[in-house]
Ligand binder design. Structure first.
Ligand code: ATP
Ligand code: MG
Length: 137
């Protein structure tokens, strides 16, 4: 069993599609091992996306991630990282395959509905960033 971290971003939370997105996970073999709604601080968002700190879109990305509450979830299942990335669709919703979360719920590359860990190694780091061990089951 593998774990991955999902974030339902402020645009999707504001749209009221938390339940619809969590249903995509549960309907596709991913178990919700932990979940919580929270407001990220600027430091949270800068730390979480530190890998992108030199990219031109970094400030916009951080501003967007703190523009409203998010829902942070630990997903568990076989090939959870890849399964979640498949369900999410491409980073740019205009390029996302029909039926993916980003195709169905995202507006543009800045407000793209969800985050998903891109490797098992990063998933472990991201999960630890948001959750204590006793919150995951
Ligand atoms: P995420 O990490 O949020 O799951 P991702 O792995 O599909 O998305 P990354 O390359 O890690 O994509 O980029 C992180 C986020 O930065 C993207 O979700 C997007 O909101 C933003 N982003 C990435 N590339 C661009 C770009 N060229 N222009 C504007 N924003 C971008
Ligand atoms: Mg990424």
């Amino acid at each position: 069993m593998e774990q991955t971290l999902s974030i339902i971003k402020p645009d999707a939370v504001a749209k009221g599609v938390i339940g619809k997105i969590l249903d995509r996970f549960e309907s596709n073999g991913l178990k919700i091992a932990a979940t919580k709604k929270m407001q990220l601080s600027r430091v949270d968002a800068e730390t979480f996306y530190a890998i992108h700190s030199e990219r031109p879109f970094f400030k916009d990305l951080v501003d967007f991630m703190i523009s409203g509450p998010v829902v942070v979830t630990v997903l568990e299942g076989e090939n959870a990282v890849a399964t979640n990335r498949d369900l999410m669709g491409a980073t740019n919703p205009k390029e996302a395959e029909a039926g993916t979360i980003r195709a169905d719920f995202a507006e543009n590359i800045d407000a793209n509905a969800v985050h998903g860990s891109d490797s098992a190694e990063n998933a472990a780091i991201e999960i630890k960033f948001f959750f204590a061990g006793r919150e995951i089951s």
